[in-house]
Design a protein around this ligand. Structure first.
Ligand SMILES: NC(=O)c1ccc[n+]([C@@H]2O[C@H](COP(=O)([O-])OP(=O)(O)OC[C@H]3O[C@@H](n4cnc5c(N)ncnc54)[C@H](OP(=O)(O)O)[C@@H]3O)[C@@H](O)[C@H]2O)c1
Length: 341
C-alpha cells in the first residue's frame, strides 16, 4: 500500500478534479504490475496496473492480489468502472486503502467486487491513503476546499515590517524555502491573500520556482484598494477580488461579501468551493491568516521559521492548539507543519 501511495504521488497536482490513486499487482510476493492515475480523463490506476503486466505474467492475474489506495470506482465516468475490470480479470484478492466518499462510488465498488465472489480487504494504511487525497475528501465531505495557511516568520516572530503605517516586504526565507513554497502552490488549486500584501509586496502568486500549475488567485479587498497595475492581473485567469457589498463595486472578477458578518470568511470559502476548487493556500498577511485561524477555517498550518531577528514589525499569527505533523530543516529555515486538532 505504501508503494501504491508513492506511485499515486507521481501525479501530484495533476489529477484534479480526480483523486490521486496508485495500484500494485502482486503474485507470490512478486510485483508483476503497477500503475497510477496520471490525469483526469485518462485511465485509472487499476487499468494502468493491469496493462503493465508482461505477457508471460498475464496467466498469474487470477491468482494475484491487487492493492489499490482508493476504492475502485463503480460508475461510468470518462472511463468504464474499475470494479468491472477487477471482476473480469478475476483477481484472487483486492486490498483497498480507503473507501471513496464520492457518492457515485462510496461502498458500491467494494460491494460489486464482493458480490462477484472476490475477497476484499478494506482500510489498509487508511489514514495515509486519506491524507493523500485530503483535498478531494474535504470537498466531498465538508463541501469546502482543504485550507492550508502558510507564512514565513523571523526567530522573534515577525512576518514583515512597517514604515509608518505602511507594511513593507522583507525577505525572511531563502531560495530553497521558496522552491518548497512553490511546490506547495503547484499542489493547491487556489491561493488567497489580503489586499495589504498585494499593496506592500506586489507578488505574482504564481508557480515559478517549481515546474507545475499556478493556483487561481483570490484577494480579500473589502475597500477596493488593490492597485490596477498589480502583477496578479497578469495571471492567465484574472484574479477574483472579494469586495465589501456596501462598496457596490461590480465586475465579473468581483464578488460582494458582507464583511460585517461573522460568517464572511465562510462566504469567501463557499465561493471558492462553488468554482469546484478543492484546495486553497492562504499566504498572508498576518491579518488575513489570523482571521482564518479565529474562524477555525484551516486544515494545516505551514510555518518557515528563520534564525534572523527583526526586532520590530508585523507580528506573525499565533499558532492555535494543533498537532505537529513535521519539523524539518529547509534552506535557512525550520519548516513546521501542523494539522488542526
Ligand atoms: N512573511 C510572510 O510569509 C508574509 C506573507 C504575506 C505577507 N507578508 C507581509 O505582511 C504584510 C501585510 O500583512 P497585513 O497583516 O498587514 O495585511 P494582509 O493580511 O495582507 O491584508 C489585510 C487587509 O486585507 C483585508 N482583509 C483581509 N482579511 C479580511 C477579513 N477577514 N475581513 C475583512 N477584511 C479583510 C483588509 O483590507 P481593508 O483594510 O482594505 O479593509 C485588511 O486590512 C506585508 O508587509 C507583507 O510583506 C508576509
Amino acid at each position: 500500500m505504501r508503494r501504491c501511495i508513492s506511485l499515486a504521488l507521481n501525479a501530484e497536482g495533476r489529477t484534479y478534479p480526480n483523486p490521486m490513486v496508485g495500484a500494485v499487482i502482486v503474485y507470490n510476493d512478486r510485483i508483476i504490475g503497477e500503475g497510477w492515475h496520471h490525469k483526469a480523463g485518462q485511465p485509472h490506476a487499476e487499468v494502468n496496473a493491469v496493462n503493465s503486466v508482461l505477457i508471460p505474467d498475464r496467466k498469474f492475474l487470477p491468482a494475484s492480489t491487487i492493492y489499490v489506495s482508493l476504492e475502485p470506482c463503480a460508475h461510468y465516468g470518462k472511463t468504464p468502472p474499475c470494479a468491472e475490470l477487477i471482476i473480469r480479470t478475476h483477481f484472487r484478492r483486492v486490498v483497498v486503502g480507503c473507501k471513496d466518499s464520492f457518492k457515485e462510488v462510496s461502498g458500491k465498488g467494494i460491494d460489486m467486487i464482493r458480490r462477484a465472489g472476490i475477497e476484499v480487504k478494506v482500510s489498509v494504511l487508511e489514514e495515509q491513503c486519506r491524507h493523500l487525497n485530503r483535498r478531494f475528501f474535504a470537498m466531498q465531505e465538508l463541501a469546502r476546499p482543504y485550507i492550508t495557511l502558510k507564512w514565513a516568520e523571523t526567530a522573534d516572530g515577525f512576518i514583515g515590517m512597517r514604515v509608518g503605517d505602511d507594511p513593507v516586504p522583507v525577505n525572511i526565507s531563502d531560495s530553497v524555502c521558496r522552491s518548497f513554497a512553490h511546490h506547495l502552490r503547484h499542489t493547491e488549486q487556489a491561493i488567497l491573500v489580503g489586499v495589504s500584501t498585494v499593496v506592500a509586496d506586489n507578488p505574482s502568486l504564481n508557480t515559478r520556482y517549481w515546474t507545475g500549475n499556478s493556483p487561481r488567485i483570490f484577494v480579500i479587498d473589502p475597500h477596493s484598494r488593490c492597485p490596477q497595475n498589480a502583477k496578479i492581473f497578469f495571471a492567465s485567469i484574472p484574479p477574483t477580488l472579494f469586495v465589501d457589498k456596501s462598496t457596490k463595486t461590480s465586475g465579473t472578477d468581483k464578488v460582494p461579501i458582507d464583511f460585517s458578518s461573522p460568517d464572511s470568511l465562510s462566504e469567501v470559502v463557499k465561493h471558492i468551493a462553488s468554482l469546484g476548487l478543492q484546495s486553497v493556500l492562504v499566504e498572508g498577511g498576518a491579518f488575513t491568516l489570523s482571521r482564518f485561524i479565529e474562524a477555525g477555517l484551516y486544515d494545516e498550518i505551514h510555518v518557515f521559521k528563520s534564525a534572523e531577528l527583526l526586532g520590530d514589525g508585523i507580528k506573525a499569527p499565533t499558532i492555535p492548539h494543533a498537532t505537529l505533523l513535521s519539523d524539518e530543516r529547509v534552506g535557512n529555515c525550520r519548516l513546521m507543519k501542523w494539522k488542526k486538532l
